[in-house]
Design a protein around this ligand. Sequence first.
Ligand code: F6P
Length: 516
Amino acid sequence: MSLQNINPTTTNAWKKLEAHFTTAQDLELKELFANDKNRDANFTITLDDLKLNYAKNRVSKETMDLLVALANETGLSNAIEQYFGGEIINATEGRAVLHTALRNNSGNAVISEGENVMPEVIKAKESIQAFTEKVISGNWKGYTGKAITDIVNIGIGGSDLGPNMVVDGLQYYKNHLTTHFVSNIDGDHVSEVIKKLNPETTLFVIVSKTFTTQETIGNAVTLKEWFLQTASNSDVAKHFVAVSTNLEAVAEFGIASENVFPMWNWVGGRFSLWSAVGLSIALSVGYDNYAELLNGAYQMDNHFKTADFDKNIPVVLALLSIWYNNFYGAESEAVLPYTQYLNTLPSYLQQAFMESNGKSVDRNGKSVDYQTGTIIWGAAGTNMQHAFMQLVHQGTKLIPCDFIGFNESLYGKVDHHKKLMANFYGQQDALCFGKTKEQVLESGVAPNAVELPFKVFTGNRPSNCITANKLSPNSLGKMIAMYEHKIFVQGIIWNIYSFDQFGVELGKEMAKKLLK
Ligand code: F6P
C-alpha cells in the first residue's frame, strides 16, 4: 500500500477554507475571548500533564472543523495506519518510517516488509543498557585501567542535534560523565574539544547512519590520530564505539564488531535519537532516564494514533500551522521554550521540520503550486524577549509562536520561576491582546505625545501555549514526539514526501568536487 496522492488545494475542505478565510481573516482574538468565556477550556487538549492551549489562535470552531475536514479528505487516518504499520511510506528511498517502533512499549509486533522488527529493537536496547551501565559504574576501563570520565559524540545533523539537544535538555538528570559533541568539519571545533580530553579516560562514540559523512569521518579520523599519539591500535577497542548501518565501513575504520550498535534504514537520521544514536543520552543520564524519554514518546504515539483529530495535539498543531502558512501566508514559526535547558530545541526542530518538509515536488512528482514547509526558528525565554521579540510584537510579519513552559522549576527557586512564568504568560497576552490607543492614553501618555502611535500594539498575533508540570525525560519525550507527528501530518496534507532529503546531497557533491 502506498500513501494517497491528493493535491490538498483540490479538496472540498480547501475550497471551503478559502471561502471561510475571506471572513475569518478579520477574526479578532479579543472578540473571540469576549464572546466565549470558556474559550481557554474549549481550546485546550491534555495528555497526562502535557497541555496544549490553542485558544490564542485566529480560529473559530468552524475553522477547526474545516481544517479537520481537510485532514480527513487528504487521507490522514489511512496515512497514520501506514506510518505505524511499517508500510514503505518513504517511497523515494523505498523505506518504511519506523522510529515509533523504537519506543513501542506495547509488547506488540511491528511488521515491516514481512518481518517483526521488535526483536532486533529489544536486543539493541539491551546492549545499550548493558554498555551504559558498565561505563557509568566505572567497570568499563580505558587502556590504562582507569574508568571513563568523558564521552565524545562524533556526528552531524540527526546524529548530533537530537542527542545534543536532549543531553542539554536533561542536564538536571545528568551523572558524573562529561559529554562533548563534535560535529563541524571546522577543525577548530574538534581542537577545542581535544583540549578538554584525557585519552586514558575518554570514550568516543562515532554516530553515522551511513558512515560516509565527510564531517563525521573527518573528525573521527582526527580524534583517532590524536588518541594514537599516546595509545596503541589494540587500545582502540576500549575507547571507540560506533552507531551505524554501514558495518563494513565501521570495520575498515578499525572498530571491533562487538563495539558497534545498530541503526536501521527504516529510521531517518533526524528521527533517530530513540535508537542507539541516543547512546550519548543514555550514557549522560543513565538508562532508566533514557527509557523514560522513550516512554514519554510512546505515550504521545498512542495519543496521536487514537485521539480524534479535533482532540489530537500533533494534528491540531499541524492544522493551525497549515492555516497560517497556506491561508495567511505566514512564512515562519517561532519555538520559544521558557527554560534555558531547551535553548537548542529550535535548532533541533529546524532540521526535523525543514529537512522533512522543505520540498516543492508533490507525491505525483509535480511541482506544487502552494506553500509547504515553514521556517522554524526560536530561542529560550526570557533571553529572546531582549533579542527578537520586538519584531514578533510590532513588526510587519505574522509569526505564530509556540510558547513552551513548565509549572515547576527543577531546583525549586520559586521566586525566579514566578518571574519566568509571569513573562511566559505575559508575552502571550501581549501578543494576543496588544494595547489600544485608549490604554496608552490611560497609562499617562499625553494625547499629543510624539511616542503615542509607537506605543500602540495591534495584538491579534497568534500563539500556542504548551505546558507540562516539569521538564523531565517523560515530558521531553512527549514533546519531541509531538513535533515529529506534527511534521508527519503536514507532509501528508501537503502531499509531499517528508522522509527523504535529496536537497542536501547536491551541496555535498559540490564540496567533494571542489576538494579534489
Ligand atoms: O544533513 C544531511 C544528513 O543526511 C542528515 O539527514 C543526517 O542526519 C546527517 O546528514 C548525518 O548523516 P549520517 O548519520 O549518515 O552521518
